[in-house]
Write a protein that binds this ligand. Sequence first.
Ligand code: XUL
Ligand code: CO
Length: 441
Amino acid sequence: MALIGNKEYYKGIGEIRFEGKESDNPLAFKYYNPEHMVAGKTMRDHLRFAVAYWHTFCGVGADPFGPGTQNFPWDDHSDAIDAAKAKADAAFEFITKMGFDYFCFHDYDLIREGDSFSESEKRLTTIVDYIKEKKKASGVKLLWGTANCFSNPRYMNGASTNPDFNVLARAGGQIKLALDATMALDGENYVFWGGREGYMSLLNTDMKRELDHMGRFLATARDYARKQGFKGTFFIEPKPMEPMKHQYDFDAATVVGFLHQYGLQDDFKLNLEVNHATLASHTMQHEMEVAAAHGMLGSIDANRGDYQNGWDTDQFPNNITEVTEAMLTFLKAGGLQGGGINFDAKIRRNSTDMDDVFHAHIGGADTFARALLIADKIMTSSSYNALRKKRYQSFDSGKGKEYELGKLDLNDLYEIARSNGELELQSGKQELFENIINQYI
Ligand code: XUL
Ligand code: CO
């Protein structure tokens, strides 16, 4: 088994630097200036950008109508360990050239799954040791790890919600190894995305029993990791559908309720994804508001959907209005709790040059950086906060204040209603709010 050297994969591309919005250099940041201070923190510390191993180094562009279009040189190796090491070399070269601090992975993004459980375990241990060295040499850190418990056919009826206990146990074994890998690589968080935790038909599904199994499973995984000394946060990533007709982690509100129901609320927060919000018929800002209201705004998977179709296209972010609205909530919430902004996004099937993935990440980072700058300006220089406060001013004193303090009963409300008589209409001023966003963009 040959050891793969440090060959350059992204030839002719150097480190991506900030050059400002006047620059015509396509391989430079126009807005993301890592050391620039915004709202008391550097952009780097606010945004904590991460590269998603699966899309950027594994996804070859296959779709239901045709095979992959990307020819990754690291996939040329027939030996799984050689291929995984070459892929890690390419990954760390890319992340370093982007100047990002983090990456995220699924277990079998790092290395191909073996033919048996113990072969897979051996492979993971080998590649984790290799990546440990790459991390040390580059300073790149692990934002979160996760397990792919949805691709292998054994999980076709779910992992922790599978009606067959032995499949659940197999998923448990796999997640133990993924947690071990995450901890060995000093992962700051661990993600659960319930890819097939849901149903295709309710006719063959005992929903209550499956939900109970999932609640117990997450608690079991948490208890194991905590016992090993894991201090990070566990994130649930909501998604309403795809691949299943219905997924139990439907949206932020559903997951918050689930976490409380099963006593997981102190260890788990949410990892929210833009395209998943779209599929749930929500905006990303809505999902972030729900999470923030419950102290659970943990992390973000950045991408965008396509408003003309209904599936998870995972395009790179470029909608400045959408991201600005999200960043208003981000700043209002005081940022993310433990997480960062992971580009869970892929270049299009017909973007086949080695530099396309740089353009994609530069565009994504610039969109978030620009939105952060705009949101900060809106918060500090516009009438936005004052207008919002004014809408609720009737609760700031008098009877409104007493109501908020729980001092009024229904009879009190009755008396107030009777003495007030008919009320004047209060405008919501939506168009004015929308104009403020536009003005600052
Ligand atoms: C799938 C998705 C996943 C999770 C991690 O839609 O977003 O890649 O982020 O399993
Ligand atoms: Co995701």
